[in-house]
Design a protein around this ligand. Structure first.
Ligand SMILES: *Cc1c(COP(=O)(O)O)cnc(C)c1O
Length: 390
């Protein structure tokens, strides 16, 4: 009995040592800092400094409920949130007279919200989306119990219009929800809204809803040429954007926008918090609207335009350098995403490169320096040389 107690004591002691070591804030900070400067394969801008907001970490902040409706709980940043929504409505060719929105926990929540509003519009609709769509769409459709059909993609990641037309022709009696990609995750491909509208006309679909997943491109597309056509001037119904991707920040977030009539259909008043319940979660992050707001104040449209241009230049450089060392590399139009033949697993791990099948990508977001690209190219070239020799 005593032996057991001693052994148990020793085990607990050792475990505790490990826990204490795991819990060192400095260790965690250093690990993330190091890893966050080295990755090249994810669309997360790294050039931000939000340290002026540190005092807010010692406050209760909560944006519970609709951003346009005050709550009995008055510890919110809804004024900043409304300005963020207004800014995005404007760059997406609309205004807050027509469009309503809120700051989400990320692109996935915005996509879930768009699909939710779409579902509330119709009886037994079918959702169409391409096979290049973000993995989260499946889970969202499952949560909403929505019937759906996967459409083939073209090689570049864009939806296959012929396949879409054939599928629609087979289901002309059902309302259609189009879940479109304005920049796919892997190749930054943009589904062509003009072509899709033409197909809708040809199939004479009367009841339809268009949601745009612009997780990465939403804060870029309004400022580049050729400008992808996906905003409210094209009569889309909802758009989801990630805030922590091209804008960047320490906390995942996003913006979802929709025509007011869709939001008005689902609005619900709740006496407990004295506000309107129009969002997916109850309590909502009050810090992320503040960070997005401060970015917009500092950079504005002009700043976003410069950022996009600078990133495009780096992407063009990366594509050129890869081709120079004999790697098969390409981009969709002026994309920030450079797609190329996947290098070894070691190299993918070292530079945190996402890969799918035989391709990998580098996403030239703000905060990635040309020297980092050069170091990667050197590594890749060495690897090719060794492979050639063996
Ligand atoms: C990143 C991404 C998402 C998911 O966004 P989160 O902000 O990570 O939830 C959805 N769609 C596309 C195309 C994406 O690139």
């Amino acid at each position: 009995m005593v032996y057991y107690k001693i052994i148990y004591g020793v085990i607990t002691f050792v475990k505790n040592i490990k826990c204490v070591k795991m819990k060192s804030i400095e260790d965690i900070y250093n690990r993330i800092r190091e890893n966050s400067t080295s990755f090249l394969g994810y669309p997360l801008a790294k050039d931000f400094d939000f340290s002026e907001f540190a005092p807010f970490l010692n406050l209760c902040i909560n944006n519970v409920g609709d951003p346009e409706s005050t709550s009995t709980l008055a510890i919110d940043t809804k004024d900043a949130e409304r300005e963020v929504v207004e800014f995005f409505a404007k760059i997406l060719s609309s205004s807050i007279d027509e469009v309503w929105g809120y700051v989400t926990n990320g692109g996935t929540e915005g996509n879930l919200y768009g699909l939710y509003l779409a579902r509330e519009n119709f009886n037994n609709p079918i959702v169409y989306y391409s096979e290049s769509t973000h993995y989260s769409v499946k889970k969202n459709l499952h949560l909403l119990n929505l019937k759906n059909i996967v459409v083939r993609s073209q090689k570049n990641g864009e939806i296959d219009y012929n396949d879409l037309k054939n599928l629609l022709t087979l289901h002309r009696d059902k309302p259609a929800i189009f879940f479109l990609n304005i920049g796919t995750t892997m190749t930054e491909a943009v589904d062509d809204l003009a072509k899709i509208k033409e197909i809708i006309r040809e199939c004479a679909i009367k009841d339809y809803y268009i949601h745009c997943d612009a997780a990465f491109l939403g804060a870029i597309a309004p400022f580049v040429e050729p400008k992808p056509r996906f905003d409210f001037s094209e009569d889309v119904d909802s758009i989801s954007i990630s805030g922590h991707k091209f804008i960047g920040g320490p906390i995942p977030c996003g913006i979802v926008l929709t025509k007011r009539k869709h939001r008005n259909r689902i609005v619900n008043s709740v006496s407990y918090v004295g506000t309107l319940d129009t969002t997916i979660t109850g309590s909502r992050n009050g810090l992320t609207p503040l960070l997005l707001w401060s970015f917009i104040k500092k950079h504005g449209e002009e700043g976003l335009m410069k950022r996009a241009r600078k990133s495009q230049v780096l992407a063009a450089y990366t594509e050129k350098r890869l081709k120079e060392i004999g790697v098969n590399a390409w981009r969709n139009n002026e994309a920030l995403t450079v797609v190329f033949d996947k290098p070894s697993d070691d190299l993918c791990a070292k530079y945190q490169l996402a890969s799918e099948n035989a391709i990998a990508h580098i996403i030239c977001v703000p905060g990635i320096r040309q020297e980092q690209i050069d170091v990667f190219i050197n590594d890749y070239e060495k690897e090719l040389f060794v492979n050639d020799a063996s």
